[in-house]
Design a protein around this ligand. Sequence first.
Ligand code: SF4
Ligand code: SF3
Length: 537
Amino acid sequence: MFCFQCEQTAKGTGCTKIGVCGKQPEVAALQDLLIHALKGLSLYAVKAAEMGHRDEKMDLFTCEAVFSTLTNVDFDPARFVELIAECEAYTKALKEKTGLSLEGASCTCAGKSQAELVALGEGVGIKADPTLDEDILSLRELLVYGLKGLAAYADHAAILGQKDPAVFAFIYEALAATLDSTLGVNDLVGLCLKCGEVNIRAMELLDAGNTGTYGHPVPTVVPLGAKAGKAILVSGHDLKDLDLLLKQTEGKGINIYTHGEMLPCHGYPELKKYDHFYGHYGTAWQNQAKEFDAFPGSILMTTNCIQKPKETYNDRIFTTGLVGWPGVSHIGDDKDFTPVIEKALASEGFPADTDKDTVMVGFARNAVLGVADKIIDAVKGGAIRHFFLVGGCDGAKPGRNYYTDMVEQIPQDCVVLTLACGKFRFFDKKLGDIGGIPRLLDVGQCNDAYSAVRIAMALADAFDCGVNDLPLSFILSWYEQKACVILLSLLHLGIKDIKLGPSLPAFISPNVLNVLVENFNIAPTGTVEDDLKAALG
Ligand code: SF4
Ligand code: SF3
């Protein structure tokens, strides 16, 4: 196997024996085969669209299949065997419909066993062509990883009924482009930036889905302690799953807790209205083994990031949607959460109330821009000197305490905006306020990066300047491919001087890095002192 799509890749170069994430070589090969098959399908989908054939079911399938290969989503080989078969069936149907026979899109998977598919997958991985130029390989992979993030956001949006054919069309166009040997560095850089642009549209759709269904988040105090009684913990990113679970648990004497990226859900009016939607438990994904182990109820994973479950909670954890782990009970598309509920009722639950701290969530674009006048006055009057967006993924590798230290050392006259699971490094710090404006504003999940972009653009408008001229610095942490596409979106918007850490992607070749540095002045995170000095001039 060879995989280097995430930040924790082995030795900073690539996982070759088994994934640091727990991905087995068989699953890596099946994911490679699926991506290869999706590229073939995309060749046909592009041609079919030119002929006027569109198929929304296929579009949604493509998003789900691509999303399934994102880090920490699905580790179940059987599910990939199904996805590969479905992909080939769509490809064959398009072949017939278009009457074309395209090179690079062979259908050879039908009727093959899992072991035979693994063998096929081993021949089409990232390093399949040893003669491929390293910069072309780097840009093709950057594009594919951007597409994984884009497909994830498009899928989340579609679940809430928000779709745009232009987003699906781009996914096919870009996947097909990775097979086009006539495309050079500039073409591929252009496609990567276009991926960032299309992702803004996908995130806009997701924002419309979330806020249209559940209302605009409002500032909300969230308890970090527990309430005596039975309990279910919901992790991942999917609001609809949480909503359905809240409905199905009403009046059952079970309290619902968020974990990881579900924390911002407490700010949505249509979710916070449930009395039994109690509080938040735990921190970011990489701490789940310890945290799930200690949780006295059942656990529902709605999307990434799942890790290998420990035996101690293997019978209490459930997956749904695209998440999968072999042997873990999966709740299907009927979203009947009865097994999760029954397991919670059979578990001990919390014996007593535990009095712990609280945190504030709900500072998405509507809440922040609702006090824009106050913020602008504070900046003009000198009370707020600078904004720092300290956000992105958390992860297990050492070096991420940089983000904790950064937030602690950011001067008192500066405001910290944060989003995604990287915030768990500092989410419970008491940073105080500036004239009533909290110094730590939680914009939401990684899925809410659009909200942060809208806040930045609105501030730029108010000050009649570009985003790069604002007193605003981006200090980002990455781990998986949603972070890759958000970075591409920020680059598409022309945002410069981003600090990215805790390490740079292994798939970025030295020349591609040069292109990014020359055009966007992106740099790896350094020391907190140096980066603060650079940001504050
Ligand atoms: Fe390794 Fe990350 Fe790939 Fe998992 S997703 S195999 S940890 S590079
Ligand atoms: Fe986190 Fe997995 Fe990226 Fe949603 S939950 S930000 S890593």
